[in-house]
Design a protein around this ligand. Sequence first.
Ligand code: ADP
Ligand code: MG
Length: 354
Amino acid sequence: LDLKAEDIQDLQELGQGNGGSVKKAQHVPTGTVMAKKIVLIDAKQSVRKQILRELQIMHGCKSQYIVSFYGAFLADPNICICMEFMDKGSLDGIYKKIGAIDIDVVGKVAIAVLEGLTYLYDVHRIIHRDIKPSNILCNSQGEIKICDFGVSGELINSIADTFVGTSTYMSPERIQGAQYTVKSDVWSLGISLIELALGHFPFADSDSGDSDLSDLDYTLSPARPNPGLLGLNGNSNTNASSNGASSFETRRREKKKEKKAKDKRKSKGVSLQGGGMTMSILELLQHIVNEPAPRLNNGPGGEGKFPRMADAFVEYCLLKDPDERWTPKDLLKHEWIDHSKKADVDLEGWASTF
Ligand code: ADP
Ligand code: MG
């Protein structure tokens, strides 16, 4: 597919994320429907060209667990990335619509993500770096695939330079400024699986509805977050300066009633709320570093209702010491994965319910 900006007609908006937006679009000459991601890159033209070259690696990333790449081009000052359109959207949207996802389906999600990660790493030496429910997509054939992996070092740097490179799915060692490894993706997978199975982000109370902490609005200025962001470790792998932290504040959406906030503080669940509406993302990051990892069965909303195998699997994803944490390959041999592979789950039927 030879993609040119003028051949692509925008249809509707699919969503917005950090530093970009995604639209459903059609390549008019061939009729191909696609998802078109627009990333604003505030960098020199030479850097943009370099990013574009690096993105071409995605042409070689072919797996049933990876969203297909159609091509990328410059549309100054943006970069457009065109990929396979997944008509059922991402898993965050799906669980927000239908509620907590059945653990047997979550097992199939775990298989898809682990197979995808293993493929990217073994074949291309690529670490994903951004595993979270909004980067796990589903289509009406019941296929589950991952997208938005870090192929371009230059793009990763540009985004780190201009916007928030910090996510609440980040592993403790990443928060402390350590290098990314494939085990950081495993942590993010563990958090994501709990979120899907519970129907809410794990660092929130069971009754918190959409007031969880996974989609914080954060304001950041000057725009230079940095991996050593808690000041626990200066070993940053970008050249970010250290002036981000003090202005790094989070505004909770003001949906939450004060009474509910009070209930929340009283409840036995993890209480990360400061005085009510506002908390700093720094507190959450500090919590991830200092407190025990969440579990499927003993957090709020879990309470022993999940199979022991699934609970154990998640525990191995969320070992805080990356040396102890399992790799995707180890995890593919875990008994819950065996069990999930054999489980007869009609994903196409499931996808037809929403
Ligand atoms: P984020 O992943 O942080 O939500 P993105 O800009 O990557 O931000 O994506 C925004 C939204 O667009 C996603 O949440 C997802 O629902 C939707 N989306 C992204 N890629 C696709 C795709 N290939 N097919 C269908 N929907 C997509
Ligand atoms: Mg995304």
